[in-house]
Write a protein of this length. Structure first.
Length: 188
């Protein structure tokens, strides 16, 4: 009787970047813990929240030579088997030559039922390793709630939960976004 050999399937970011180049543009992939994950198309409610975030963040980002963008993969020197694609990324400086950012100042994940555990678990651990990141947001769809994780120093983070009548203070961008504006045109 033969013995089955277990094959290691985990990918590094470098292997993933080569692999994903040949995928069709309409496929959306991310790398989590060395595993390729195909993302399903987001629903309209999800995209409404993403669009509202980008609009609100862009007004603050532009004067700082920054941009609020959807769909960039995030890289960290500390973890070579992660390239998640948050819903919104704010980064500054010259445009990237590709879709991979290692210098975001803010990322936002809009929770979907199928990704909630991952977004609130391993991705939080990953985002805390990105040295340039000052803030990341977990934005709920089913209720007007935003969890804000803010970097206090190199190792410490603090978190807060905001509701519909609160304001999202963003000192790294020199302003704030009303939570109400993030949920514009979303009915609960």
């Amino acid at each position: 009787m033969g013995v089955a050999v277990r094959r290691e399937t985990r990918m590094s970011v470098a292997e993933y970047r080569i692999w994903v180049e040949d995928r069709p543009d309409w496929e959306r992939w991310e790398l989590i813990d060395g595993e390729r994950i195909l993302m399903s198309p987001p629903r309209e409610r999800h995209q409404t929240i993403v669009a509202n975030l980008i609009l609100g963040l862009s007004d603050l980002a532009r004067p700082k030579n920054c941009r609020a963008l959807p769909g960039l993969a995030i890289l960290s020197e500390a973890m070579d088997d992660f390239a998640p694609v948050p819903d919104v990324v704010v980064r500054c400086g010259p445009p990237l030559p590709d879709g991979y950012a290692s210098d975001p100042v803010l990322v936002a994940e809009v929770l979907s039922p199928s990704t909630m555990t991952l977004d609130r678990g391993r991705k939080i651990d990953f985002y805390k390793t990105v040295g340039s990141l000052r803030r990341f947001l977990i934005v709920y769809q089913a209720e007007a709630r935003i969890e804000v994780f803010s970097r206090r120093d190199a190792e410490e983070w603090e978190s807060a939960a905001l509701g519909l009548n609160d304001s999202l203070d963003l000192p790294e961008l020199g302003g704030a976004v009303a939570v109400r504006d993030v949920y514009r045109d979303v009915v609960f």
